[in-house]
Design a protein around this ligand. Structure first.
Ligand SMILES: Nc1ncnc2c1ncn2[C@@H]1O[C@H](COP(=O)(O)OP(=O)(O)OP(=O)(O)O)[C@@H](O)[C@H]1O
Ligand SMILES: [Mg+2]
Length: 425
């Protein structure tokens, strides 16, 4: 249909603006003509009077997909020179290693299928920039995070999907705001997961590590916090990640001695989070800690960091995925990841990485000794396993006390469930 015909229908619609079937037809025609944003406007008008119109919602989904394929949002292609997630596995010079070894190496067991790469969001990094936080764009994406399927799902639902499809989110009455606290034992992927989300969102993701924003001058920490939030608001829709939030938000009861400055910082944080309601539609705060029970309760009330998400030690399947990921960029021979995964219960992601790097060091030492490249074998891994202890047990023991004696509000029900499943309580 040519645009003159569409214009005719638009004129008719002006005379009968309440005619929903006509407006749906106009929207469809606009979509066919590639005029996605106009179609979206009409669909939104329909949804204002009939929010449950499924045909319209479906069209909106199609229109948003069409729009993002035009603008690149949600379907990003890695920028030139940018490494896609699994680049590391391709970076290893197999040919050279084989030449040095004088024999062929087994293929890596991680499939080398091409990685889709992080989608690009059209947000100007400079607008959001500032010395207090990073807007770097890690090459990792959620696909690089082993296991933690439930956490990934919740992160997708709470802000990745709404950020990619703002029009659809609007149709469902979901706006991007609020906060979520990731918690769990050290080394199990809270920061890594957040970096992966950053990889997905590009400049729309800002990281501020709380231990870095301290200033020796009283009052500067609050100012720094305010600046971070202001910059994040300017970049909205955006996700602001406050890592190691316990560093600035510990309960007074958990502190030894008067720490008035900490109280001030908590107050500033509360102020910033509360103004999210009014000023910061489009700002989502993600925070991480391994001591949620020490966080000032005021920060966890509704409208603030009101959802908690447990990032657990990797289960067996996740351990396999993490091991594969870390082995994928190294020369290996006869590595049985399943066996290693079954022998590493309670190992954190960081512990597993340590196992791989330490096995790699052993293979390297042996290579130097023999004067030829020795691929990493199970014997190197076994040696490494003798030296590395799982680091999450201590945290789980501490968590047990919290669940047994301090879970009156039910905030740690997830944790309780896990500990019961592990027969620790
Ligand atoms: N699920 C995972 N998949 C892949 N790698 C992981 C995973 N979890 C952890 N790792 C590896 O372990 C390292 C440490 O994890 P990370 O720093 O995210 O832990 P954390 O939960 O933030 O710990 P902390 O509480 O000490 O800050 C990561 O850089 C990554 O290499
Ligand atoms: Mg961390």
């Amino acid at each position: 249909m040519n645009s003159a015909a569409i214009d005719g229908l638009l004129a008719a619609l002006e005379r009968v603006p309440d005619n929903v079937p006509l407006r749906i037809n106009v929207a469809k025609l606009l979509l066919q003509a590639g005029r996605h944003s106009e179609a979206i406007d009409h669909l939104n008008i329909i949804l204002e009077v009939d929010a449950a119109n499924t045909e319209t919602i479906q069209l909106l989904v199609d229109a948003s997909a069409g729009l993002s394929s035009v603008t690149g949002a949600g379907h990003g292609i890695p920028e030139p020179g940018e490494a896609p997630g699994k680049q590391a596995s391709r970076d290893f010079d197999w040919h050279r290693a084989e030449q040095e070894l004088g024999q062929s190496l087994p293929a890596p067991f991680v499939s080398d299928e091409s990685h889709p790469g992080p989608p690009a969001l059209a947000i100007d990094g400079d607008r959001a920039g500032g010395a207090l936080f990073d807007v770097d764009r890690p090459a990792i994406t959620l696909a690089d995070v082993g296991g933690l399927e439930e956490v990934k799902k919740r992160l997708n639902e709470s802000f990745l999907d709404p950020m990619r499809n703002p029009e659809v989110a609007k149709a469902f009455g979901k706006s991007l705001r609020g906060g979520l606290l990731l918690y769990g034992p050290p080394g199990c992927g809270k920061t890594f997961m957040a970096r992966a989300v950053a990889g997905e969102l590009g400049a729309a993701f800002m990281t501020a590590t709380m231990t870095d924003i301290f200033d020796k001058f009283i009052g500067e920490t609050e100012k720094n916090l305010h600046e971070i939030f202001e910059a994040a608001r300017r970049a909205a829709p955006a996700v602001l990640f406050l890592d190691e939030i316990d560093a600035v938000a510990t309960k007074r009861s958990a502190l030894s001695g008067g720490a008035a400055w900490m109280r001030q910082t908590v107050n500033q944080l509360l102020l910033e989070l509360d103004s999210m309601d009014s000023q910061n539609d489009g700002l989502f705060v993600l925070a991480a800690t391994n001591q949620p029970w020490d966080i000032d309760n005021a920060l966890l009330r509704p409208g603030r960091l009101d959802r908690m998400l447990l990032v657990l030690p990797p289960d067996r399947a996740a351990r396999e995925a993490i091991l594969k990921h870390h082995f994928s960029s190294r020369p290996i021979a006869g590595i049985d990841v399943q066996k290693i995964a079954s022998r590493t219960e309670d190992f954190s992601g960081a512990d597993l990485e340590h196992v791989v790097t330490s096995a790699a060091e052993k293979a390297m030492t042996e290579s130097l000794r023999r004067g030829s490249v020795q691929a990493i074998s199970m014997s190197h891994v076994n040696e490494a396993l003798k030296e590395i202890r799982p680091s999450t047990r201590q945290w789980l023991q501490m968590a047990r006390n919290v669940v047994e004696f301090g879970n009156t509000s039910g905030a740690y029900d997830d944790l309780g469930l896990y500990l019961r499943f592990r027969k620790m309580i």
